[in-house]
Write a protein that binds this ligand. Sequence first.
Ligand code: HEC
Length: 466
Amino acid sequence: MNHQHRLTMACLCAALLQGLSLPLHAQPTTAELAFKSHVDQPPPGWTGPVFKLSDQYPATSPGCPSPWLKRKVDFKNARWDKAWEAYIQDIVDYVKEGQEVDLPNETGWRTAVAGSTRWFHVPWMAFDGQRGREFVHGLTNELSTSESVFRPGRGSGTHVLPGVKAVNGVDPLFETWSIGFYNPCGGASIGQQWPKSGDPDTYKDAKSRLLARGMPFPEGTVVVKILNTTADERDVPYLKGSTTWQANGHVQESPTKYSTCVRKVRDVHLVQMDLAVVDLRSPTRWVYTTLAYDGTLPGKTVWDRMKPIGVQFGSDGKTFPAVPEAKSRPLHETALSPMNIPEHYGCNKRLAGIVDQADSSCVSCHMGAYAAAPGVVQVQGTNVPAIFNYPGICTEFNKANSQYFSDYSYPSAYPGSTGEVAAAIPLDSSLQLQVAFAQYAVYKNPQLPRTCPDAGSPSTSASAPR
Ligand code: HEC
């Protein structure tokens, strides 16, 4: 066969194969799985909202208005003052632009504001059959990064809300369903890291260290995460008047037990809104704040009843358990606001949200966002830092605590780390990007057992165009 001939044959063959395989047994491509909107499917006859992933990331960073960066806030000795209040209000004003005042179920969260895309989602979060994005609003069940991490709180996807009374001696558990959004400055970084192929783009720096394209996020980046709970105002009085969104959550089997894989549409209510911005004055490059929904406040709208719990820009490395109790100084990188409602805070009163893990803090947990090499399954403490749990977390002065509660910034390796953990790819505090790498690795290792069928398995992929 001459060269020409072979080529023609190859083309014909490819065309035939394509023709044959498309309609019936098409395996979803990497790109389809990466940019899938939801892992589950609406039930027949569903007429409610259906989530669509916002993945048309800007090719280059467009520059984003960020008036808060001009506020004269104190990064040396944080106190809750007018300057920090104004800083947070600037961010809130930007974030609520174009959203409806009561965030109704039908509209949910608008990704387009004033005619252009304001908010972008992270890919690969609709792959995991257990916790991946549900179809109504794209919410994930507090996905943790490693199957091996299960603890009450964030890892398990369920939590006890502060202020909840035990019923017949049982503390009810509630699921949290949440979703994050990046503004165009953040979205441009995501798009570089996750190009259209759905495979991550990484490169080696001059010292042969593996890095992810698009990192770090530029100034102007704003990230929002809204957390909804299955608890309602009968369980938690201060949820009165919160949103009511539908979510395809896990079937509830008892006050403390949820099905692992079987889902059903139910109501969830906004309880917490996290905000994070890049500010190069911060020792970690980041400022974190969280708004609690407080139905006891007089404000007219849901937005008016969201109140900042505080602000945090570092992990407070001079405060216990980063140092021995006897040497502990007052917090200087966390400032807490006065609150009306019960709030559990984070480790030693560092900042954490109402439904966050109480033995950690926003910055300590987030700075530990690293990924193993593309396609390598992530194991906390082995090839990525242990950020959800380790012996003595928050309770005693030890090496792990002084590392976890210390300040560092992109592209540093995790403090005190060696070997594979030190070689992990820094993700500039984005734990959703860590989830994306983690899920990509699960996808690349089909031989590994799944807790629930993933988005690529026949039972879920049969009727699943994006
Ligand atoms: C113990 C760990 C932990 C703590 C504490 C924590 N988070 Fe997160 N956060 C996560 C994980 C894991 C994700 C990614 C999965 C998801 O979105 O649920 C995440 C996602 C986010 C996102 C979306 C973008 C991103 O970085 O992934 C924001 C914004 C955020 N958190 C803000 C906060 C704020 C503000 C606080 C403190 C009030 C906080 N977080 C406390 C673990 C934590």
